[in-house]
Design a protein around this ligand. Structure first.
Ligand code: NAD
Ligand code: MG
Length: 383
């Protein structure tokens, strides 16, 4: 374990979440220094992480929770406590930080993701929504500022590994796999419950992405994420359902050769690779037992899961459509999780929001942020 990555002090944006906790496990095992940890409102969880991992800085994004964090850590020294959304961008861009893991959920992670990219960091991206909203701007900023963007999302980590530096011109298509979620074989989705939707068959994740996996919106977000990360047209990005979640995605090359990356469904593998690339080093996850199960594949059911086609359409429309789709999805998923609407209402709400959006080619960051805010305000008033 000799690579220069080893001494890079890590900032974890969203350290108290599912990806955040897995990242801490990986960073701890690799004995990498930690620069900053951040959370939204989880004071107790953040305070416990600060005591255990002793970062230089800890940020609570919701300023209303600052006093509680100070109190919880009154007897702790050596960690500077900060509050507010802007402090996330500060710790992502600070000269003392060498690598940033983006593990905030949703559009809230956009400013800090951009700040890390503009500071030229090694940016390990789990937080896919900013790429969906502003992928064109983020990739251009990475080029301009010399940032290294490394995917954590398992499908994109798989594609990144299968590409292994090959150029897009050698590629016939990318094949993004997905488990199909808990309702893959459920014919009627009109009365499924929050509890059922939260039971993902293979992955343990935060609530928002678990619902996105049940609606297949997660695959739509991932198609757009892949488009920007790998700079390939949508016509070369396919979806394939693979219920076992062992093949994390594939690259079909022009000569008929197909490369796949396999592993157990445990996010610590792609998190670790993003942190240690280009090295594969010892990690906590065992390889799959190939005699224990068969691998199966099927096409996604685009009729029962209309957000797949909507995702392609929004991606094709480009401009503000992906940001509007993402904002509508965030609002309605939160509503569903609170018991305020039916599962199938997620489909109609997101479809209607995208149908209404205004077209705008190559939008500025300000236009994207405004479209996100307007969509949220309109839906919150209507729901
Ligand atoms: P989570 O809900 O478990 O954790 C989210 C984290 O972000 C928490 O630390 C929370 O405090 C923080 N946060 C939430 N709202 C915030 C706000 N407004 N401002 C600042 N911080 C805020 O989410 P997760 O499942 O870990 O997912 C994180 C991101 O990674 C998502 O974009 C998701 O799509 C992506 N991702 C997750 C997985 C997974 O296995 N969980 C896999 C692939 C990609
Ligand atoms: Mg994924």
């Amino acid at each position: 374990m000799s690579g220069p990555w080893r001494n890079a002090a890590v900032t974890i944006l969203g350290s108290t979440g599912s990806i955040g906790c897995s990242t801490l496990d990986v960073v701890d095992r690799l004995d990498m220094p930690i620069y900053a940890l951040t959370a939204w409102r989880s004071v107790d969880a953040l305070a416990a992480q600060v005591r255990k991992y002793r970062p230089q800085v800890a940020v609570i994004a919701d300023e209303a929770c600052y006093a509680a964090l100070q109190q919880a850590l009154a007897d702790h020294s050596g960690t500077e406590l900060r509050a507010g959304a802007a402090a996330l961008s500060e710790v992502a861009a600070d000269a003392a930080c060498g690598a940033v893991v983006t593990a905030v959920v949703g559009a809230a992670g956009l400013p800090a993701t951009l700040a890390a990219v503009e500071a030229g960091k090694r940016v390990c991206i789990a937080n896919k929504e900013p790429l969906v909203m502003a992928g064109e701007l983020i990739m251009a900023a990475a080029k301009q500022h010399g940032a290294t963007i490394l995917p954590i999302d398992s499908e994109h980590s798989a594609i990144f590994q299968c590409l292994d530096g090959h150029s897009g011109s050698e590629v016939e298509r990318l094949i993004i796999t997905g488990s199909g979620g808990p309702f893959r074989t459920v014919a009627d989705l009109s009365s499924v419950t929050v509890e059922q939707a939260l039971k993902h068959p293979n992955w343990s994740m935060g609530p928002k992405i678990t619902i996105d996996s049940a609606t297949l919106m997660n695959k739509s977000l991932e198609i757009i994420e892949a488009r920007w990360l790998f700079d390939l047209p949508l016509s070369q990005i396919d979806l394939l359902i693979h219920p076992q979640s062992v093949i994390h995605s594939m690259v079909h090359y022009r000569d008929g050769s197909v490369m796949a990356q396999l592993g157990m469904p445990d996010m610590r593998t792609p998190i670790q690779y993003a942190l240690t690339w280009p090295e594969h080093v010892t990690g906590p996850v065992a390889a799959p037992d190939f005699t224990a199960q068969n691998f199966t594949f099927e096409a996604p059911d685009r009729k029962r899961f209309p957000l797949v086609d909507l995702g392609y359409a929004a991606a094709e429309a480009g401009g503000l459509a992906p940001a509007v789709m993402n904002a509508a999805n965030e609002v309605i998923v939160e509503r569903f999780l609170d018991g305020g609407c039916r599962f199938v209402d997620i489909f109609s709400c997101v479809e209607q929001a995208v149908a209404k959006h205004e077209t705008c080619a190559h939008p500025s960051l300000e236009a994207i942020v405004a479209a996100d805010a307007e969509t949220r305000a309109r839906l919150s008033a209507a729901l």
